[in-house]
Design a binder for this molecule. Structure first.
Ligand SMILES: Cc1cc2nc3c(=O)[nH]c(=O)nc-3n(C[C@H](O)[C@H](O)[C@H](O)COP(=O)(O)O)c2cc1C
Length: 208
């Protein structure tokens, strides 16, 4: 698939077909992840791929299974989500946090080596490893799209990352930035409209 096409059709997918994904495709996608730019040239990343549904169930057990309509509306108010498209996105996404991962054909857990406290960096370069792995995550999303798959992601809340560490047994010097669900999008998968951006208003030639 042509690069710009993959960029343009990639969308967050939270509704998946009940289909498996081959080792070959997953390896191809992770190979693309390792082509991303990296801060220190080392690409000291690992990717745990969970396809065993027993492990999936254990891993996700800590994630809330849904949210009532009233709680959803309270959350939209609390978080000051005033934009109607943004509200639509959250109304679709929040109730699906568990299912979008459980129904995925595989869950990918990226891991980066983090030598300093990521929540209290002394300077911006202490976040370089974190920034680099996000470059690799975008490569995963684009290559999955090019292969006819879709991805979603969840930022671990509360102690979800520590819980995942115990279930998946990754060392304490590796940091997990997110959960990624990957699978075949359902034909009626919800795709919340992207905000329209007038790029002419966002590009500033020579000065802001
Ligand atoms: C840093 C980051 C954090 C995100 N966190 C979540 C999340 O916790 N749960 C979720 O369902 N989607 C999450 N998303 C996906 C966004 O909701 C999604 O990318 C956004 O609404 C734009 O939609 P699109 O990807 O279909 O263009 C996150 C995306 C990014 C880049």
């Amino acid at each position: 698939m042509e690069l710009y096409k993959a960029i343009n059709i990639r969308r967050t997918v939270r509704d998946f077909e009940n289909e498996s994904i081959s080792t070959e495709v997953l390896e191809k996608i992770i190979e693309a992840a390792f082509k991303a730019p990296t801060n220190d040239h080392m690409r000291d990343w690992h990717f745990i791929i969970v396809r065993d549904k027993h492990v999936t169930a254990k891993l996700l057990d800590i994630i809330p299974k849904g949210i009532s309509d009233d709680d959803m509306e309270a959350l939209i108010k609390d978080w000051n989500l005033n934009d109607s498209i943004q509200q639509e996105c959250y109304r679709n996404a929040v109730p699906k946090q568990y299912r979008m991962l459980f129904d995925a054909s595989a869950i990918i857990i990226p891991l980066l080596k983090q030598k300093t406290d990521i929540l209290h960096p002394d300077n911006i370069s202490h976040l370089n490893g974190f920034a680099s792995i996000w470059c690799s995550i975008e490569n995963i999303f684009l290559s999955a799209t090019a292969e006819g798959y879709g991805c979603n992601l969840r930022i671990p809340l509360g102690n979800e990352a520590e819980y995942a560490r115990n279930i998946l047994n990754f060392p304490d010097y590796y940091f997990m930035p997110c959960f990624i669900g990957i699978g075949k999008p359902k034909s009626n998968a919800v795709s919340v409209k992207q905000k329209e951006i007038n790029i002419k208003e966002r590009i500033h030639w020579n000065k802001f």
